[in-house]
Design a protein around this ligand. Structure first.
Ligand code: SAM
Ligand code: DTB
Ligand code: SF4
Length: 367
């Protein structure tokens, strides 16, 4: 059951959200056990492959070029560095990597070729690969799919009505379109929202209703608590109460029984007890590793300790779907060939200079 028919109207969904918390959690925990192993939690690690300087004005985001945040802006990371970070994530128990780029949309350029290569490499390591690169068309989605991408993340963030108060540089409809493009090529969809931006409960539930009305709801629904970053328009927002996070997780759990509900940004502000309530309410995925994209997150060893206390284990990759095949990508092959030729030239030159150096007679100065 992908969508729970009992809560397919906004009235019913709102009623569910307002159920007494203990009852709501019990309901959610019961459904969770029917569809998921409650002792397994997916660990997914984020890698910010291109950071900051984004042309969009998302009011929550430290990566928008429109705001003065103290951010280490960096251009596209080299493929090797990304592979190193993915390896480290795998060694620490993550079964999924999500690569994020501060882009409004994907462009068909060399940076995108690099992303395609990163996807190929990480899929080759036996990890689920997810990417969040902004808007994309169907051809771009297909290229990522062919590279071995497992999922695409594109958050709706809130309701269509509230969205306009937070972002002016793009339309809610455009986000829905990108999600559709990911779907068309057979990618798993990860899409969710942020709590604590000043939205009403109607907006939180309104976002869930958008997913109800999709042909297929997202396989993964991240619930983020706003990380209020200095310099962004939302810097002074009050921290969202943990009870709201638990409520939103439980409501999403019950409305979309088969989806993975992800306890996402905001865990550094939460106690272990608060997080335990979220797992009880049906969250079965977290972002793992000491950094989200640009802001802090609990360290691997803190989560290992939490898992130990709660009796949780990290979930293996591809439990909910098959590992995608990686197909040859002409542009990546061409780029690799050029890179190998360049490396060979540099090596030859170095050897030539070294050998010349060896046979050069040493100058002896006689005084
Ligand atoms: N640029 C791409 C996009 O917007 O789709 C991908 C990267 S963007 C940073 C990914 C998601 O991070 C956003 O959709 C938003 O939901 C989340 N996010 C960004 N800043 C956040 C913050 N300060 N607190 C919580 N979530 C945040
Ligand atoms: C999601 O829903 N949350 C993640 C991931 N998907 C891309 C991002 C959270 C970003 C928090 C702010 C930052 O670290 O820059
Ligand atoms: Fe850019 Fe994405 Fe941040 Fe919006 S959320 S400013 S699109 S990086």
């Amino acid at each position: 059951m992908k969508i729970n028919p009992e809560y397919s109207t906004k009235e019913k969904a709102l009623e569910l959200y307002h159920t007494p918390l203990m009852e709501l959690m019990y309901k959610a925990a019961t459904i969770h056990r029917e569809y998921h192993n409650p002792l397994e939690v997916q660990m997914s690690s984020l890698i910010s492959i291109k950071t900051g300087g984004c042309s969009e004005d998302c009011g929550y985001c430290p990566q928008s070029a429109k705001y003065n945040t103290e951010l280490d802006v960096h251009a596209m990371m080299p493929v090797k560095q990304v592979i190193g970070l993915a390896k480290n994530a795998k060694e620490n128990g993550s079964s999924r990597v999500c690569m994020g780029a501060a882009w409004r949309n994907v462009r068909d350029n060399r940076d995108f070729d690099k992303v395609v290569e990163m996807v190929q490499e990480i899929n080759g390591m036996g990890m689920e690969v997810c990417a969040t690169l902004g808007m994309m068309n169907e051809d771009q989605a297909q290229r990522l799919k062919n590279a071995g991408l497992y999922a695409y993340n594109h958050n709706l963030d809130s309701s269509a009505e509230f969205y306009k108060d937070i972002i002016s540089t793009r339309e809610y409809e455009e986000r829905i379109e990108t999600i559709g493009n990911a779907r068309k090529v057979g990618l798993s969809v990860c899409s969710g929202g942020i709590l604590g931006m000043g939205e009403k409960v109607e907006d939180r539930v309104g976002m869930l209703m958008t997913y109800v009305h999709m042909e297929q709801p997202p396989e993964s629904i991240p619930i983020n608590a706003l990380v209020a970053v200095e310099g962004t328009p939302l810097e002074d927002q009050e921290e969202v109460p943990v009870w709201d996070i638990v409520r939103m997780i439980a409501t999403s759990r019950i409305m979309f029984p088969q989806s993975i509900i992800r306890l996402s940004a905001g865990r550094t502000q939460m106690s272990q007890e608060g997080q335990a309530l979220c797992f009880m309410a049906g969250a079965s995925s977290i972002f793992a590793g000491d950094k989200l994209l640009t802001t802090p997150n609990p360290e691997f060893n803190e989560d290992a300790q939490l898992f130990e206390i709660l009796g949780l284990t990290p979930k293996a990759p591809f439990q909910d779907g098959e590992q995608p095949e990686t197909l040859v990508d002409e542009k990546v092959e061409k780029a690799k060939k050029i890179r190998a030729e360049k490396e060979a030239r540099v090596k030859a030159k170095k050897e030539e200079t070294q050998s010349k150096g060896e046979f050069q007679p040493r100058k002896v100065t006689v005084q």
